[in-house]
Design a protein around this ligand. Sequence first.
Ligand SMILES: [Zn+2]
Length: 640
Amino acid sequence: MPDKYNIVENETFVNPYNFIPLQQKCTKGLNYRTLKKEGTLTGWLNCELTTLTPVFVPNTTSVFEDHEGKKRSHVFPDAKDKDGNKINSYDFYSYTDLGNEQNPDFSKSPVIPGSEIRGVIRTAFEAVTNSCMSTIDKEKSLYKRTVKVGAPGILKNESGVWKIFPCKRIGIAKRPANNDSNNFSSKINSLKEGQKVYIKIGGTYRTRRHFPAFDFVGDIQDNKVSDEYIEGYFHAGEPFQRKHHESIFILKNCPEIKVEKKAVEELLENLKLYQDESVNLEYKKITHKGYKKIGNASDMSIMDLNDKLVYYSSCATKTGIKYYLSPAAIGREVFHNTLEDLIGLYNHQPCEKLDDLCPACALFGMTAKENSAASRVRFTDATCIDTPYFDDPVTLKELASPKISATEFYLKKKNNNHDMWNYDYAMNWNSLINGDPNYTPEIRGRKFYWHQKNPDYIETDEITERNVHVRPLKKANRFSFKVYFNNITTKELNTLIWILEIGGDKQQAHKLGMGKPIGLGSVRISVTDINIREMVKKDDTIEYKKKDNLPKDQYKNFGDLLINDMQLEQFKTITNFDQAPDNVSYPYVTNEDETFRWFVANKLKRENAMKPSISQELPGIDNALDKEKGLHPYRKVPND
Ligand SMILES: [Zn+2]
């Protein structure tokens, strides 16, 4: 039986990240050349940065490759897991090359790289000026484990057209199970993927309540020994625990289905994902052969998928019926939509034209296929003003990688009727089992992390090889850095200062460096003075002369480019350090360890495990701190 979980009603938590929604239309249309001409301000800002929590930016010069080619860093040789094996450890970023020095001096001055500060400021600038999403990974494929059981079929390319010939699946026992006493394991081991065989049906396998019944093989031969034997093809599935049957596909007497070439390309991508160890988070503990029997996906072209056995499913979307192909019945779907398609809904794709730029690309620059705009701002590294105060080295909790398959966090629920929704389609098990034709997937927006006043480190007895050991800076360290600007407008300068200081309100702070989800990286920036250089023509040459420092008040008209609405309010809420929530946590099940269990629990429909339905979705920033509307953990009900 599937595990049972109950929601814990009297407990809430705040997920480490949330999203600032996108505005209905991205602000574009700025002309780079015009702005540069209008921009008369050249100079620099002196800035001071104060750490409000421990902060950590790694010095990666200590990284080396071990004999397996894995990246390692052992700056602190005593950093070990609970079994005594060395774990990766890093010191704070500095100009010291930790790889070359025999006895590196760890007390050398810590540095926060200018690129790190620039990245943080640009992301904030994009969010509050409704700019494009410049850092989106266009190539990334979107995928998710399927919820519907796929139907078996043979994929063929006939004169350039891809078709599926529907099949029926017959189980072939690897070991005796339930009412099937056969054991064909040695025969199965001799069969190649897709090999033609002749079988005799032995009976119908009685399954557990929620799984569909299937016929099983009573005998198998290489040749058609009598009329009782039917032609079929062998398919080896995912080797999961307790598995008792492999499959023989037999052709059904029904019309073939045409599928788009794109669906076949996605099947190849899907195979690559199966063969990528870093992808299978939920199943990484199970030995997984990654369907290598089908082939090594990275060496294959789509024509190599001709004549392969697959499972297919389909769903209605706004642009018609889409087919999904997978090597497994409950496999992984690679979606037709890409991240770029989704952010294109409101035109937030990265800018490409010099006369159609968003405010962020106009100021920070951009590189597109045919054009590029040079940045008009430059961030220097930040160096420590006083003697640096370090924390004792600590081991960080494992940092979960972003799980884009968690659509209940990344995508808006568009209709209360939807049990499941994803990057292509949404469905309801009763009324919209084949997809809601009116569904348009919509991402929640731009990702930001909540501040946390007390970082959450790990207990020594829980340390595994996946944890890293680091030496963070304590809170209350002060750094200074400069932001140089070149030919920018007053509007741009005002906005830049507003973003650096987040409105000059001392409650607000940025987050940078490593460990944002577990409470590291809160920093406050203030602009201490503004220096403008004046252009003076002297004979035939141009000279720059520094004007006196300008009082900041002259630029009090902060934020001319700011959007002035809900997005700005949400940005101020999530960047509010003084009112940081005290219950930030990765999603959890109270009596289990791994975060992914929460997502499993969140998809179980209590009465039927085969028809999962999402229970809780990520509340917006405005509701995330509300005890009523916040997220709840689950508790596993012990098996009796
Ligand atoms: Zn842009």
